[in-house]
Design a binder for this molecule. Structure first.
Ligand code: FEO
Length: 400
């Protein structure tokens, strides 16, 4: 038997489940640490479920839910977000508890009709900003959060327990460990890279809507945050909210540099390595080096979110950019990356074009600065002093 996990708030339970077998979230982003699909249950005078789970986690979820309900019926299911990692189990839920009332935004009701052809939308109560649901002791206040991460999204604030059920906001990749609370994990060292990667790639494009949600949340007395992925926050909420505030404005997490290279035969890689060493020699902190052919693009975009300065080193390929670099720059543009400082290295054995093309891509984004000098390699780095000059320019621009 799988038991629900009691939370900090009285009579509120986590009944979601983790998936350690899925290779890629959205069939796109690698999740070697797995992912959790959080669903919460409030056992008040009436019973309220907040979201369901992905189909892969449905057996665990229903075991926990039935165990927690202990024979009681389910009165309400709140649908904060219609992405199937949270709503896939809804049809089965309604089959098991046919009298449950679904509560969601009008946009979500429309999506329910599209995702499920079983008439689920017929038992929906739609709610607007500021409406409430009182279930006895608890009162849930509905707060719309369009485009965090889809247009139908809302979050709920339980004024009895001062808990924000935050949908995708404040979520992270990573299956839940023995504890469900962030303060009982080494979040900063073990979880933060995945939280940043989740934010950048899932929500990163929607910084303005996230800012709008943060503004609404700042008016609430929040003591617990219950996201749809990852651990529950009941301490140091300000620390994580500050990260979200920073990420949603595309502000780097300090003055940090990284070097991204593409290299077919190792010559561009050798120049990139020398540049990283020379930047680091200025005492500006670690300068990680990434081979963009072997690094997942979600890790690279996440590093751009963290860093203030990035060196791009790229061969010319078919008279254009090396495909992985083209993909990275395209992804960054789509995610709304902005406000970073770049240094460019191109390689071309007969007609180098990569620097011009990288510069054009970067300058089509907001507030990007490209440092001089740009380094051009003709097959190999003939003059190490050229790479050192570029690295010195990066380090100089990192000074306050
Ligand atoms: Fe976790 Fe946008 O779904």
């Amino acid at each position: 038997m799988i038991y629900p996990l009691p939370m900090a708030a009285p009579d509120t339970y986590l009944v979601g489940a983790s998936d350690r077998r899925l290779a890629r979230f959205e069939n796109l982003f690698p999740i070697p640490r797995g992912v959790s699909y959080n669903s919460y249950l409030i056992l008040d005078e009436q019973t309220v479920l907040l979201d369901t789970v992905d189909n892969a986690a449905a057996p665990d979820f229903f075991d926990r839910l039935e165990c927690a309900l202990d024979g009681r019926t389910l009165d309400y299911a709140i649908v904060h977000h219609m992405e199937p990692d949270h709503c896939a189990a809804l049809a089965d839920l309604v089959r098991r508890w046919p009298n449950v009332q679904l509560i969601c935004t009008a946009k979500a009701k429309q999506m329910l009709g599209h995702f499920f052809c079983t008439g689920l939308d017929q038992q929906v109560r739609t709610v607007n900003e500021g409406e409430t649901l009182c279930t006895g002791r608890h009162t849930l206040h509905f707060v719309t959060a369009p485009m965090v991460h889809w247009p139908e999204v809302m979050v709920s604030y339980d004024s009895f327990t001062k808990t924000l059920f935050s949908a995708d906001a404040f979520g992270t990749f990573g299956a839940l460990d023995g504890s469900i609370f962030a303060d009982e994990l080494d979040f900063e060292h073990v979880w933060l890279p995945d939280a940043r990667r989740y934010y950048t790639n899932i929500v990163g494009k929607y910084g303005t809507p996230v800012q709008a949600l943060l503004k609404k949340a700042s008016a609430l007395d929040i003591q617990t945050i219950c996201p749809l992925h990852g651990p529950v926050w009941r301490k140091d909420l300000g620390w994580f909210i500050e990260k979200y505030d920073r990420w949603s404005r595309w502000q780097p997490e300090g003055t940090h540099a990284a070097v991204f290279y593409a290299s077919m035969y190792g010559n561009t890689a050798a120049a990139a390595q020398l540049i990283a060493q020379q930047i680091s020699a200025h005492g500006v902190g670690p300068v990680p080096v990434y081979d963009i052919s072997t690094s997942d693009i979600s890790e690279l975009t996440s590093e751009v979110m963290r860093c203030s300065h990035i060196v791009l080193a790229c061969p010319t390929y078919n008279g254009s950019l090396y495909p992985k670099m083209r993909d990275l720059l395209s992804d960054l543009k789509e995610l709304g990356a902005q406000g970073r400082t770049w240094a460019l290295v191109e390689n071309g054995s007969w007609a180098p074009t990569a620097a011009r093309l990288m510069r054009a891509e970067l300058e089509s984004m907001k507030d990007m600065t490209v440092l001089e000098p740009v380094l051009t390699l003709h097959s190999t780095l003939q003059n190490p002093s050229d790479a050192i000059a570029l690295a010195d320019a990066v380090a100089e621009s990192m000074k306050p």
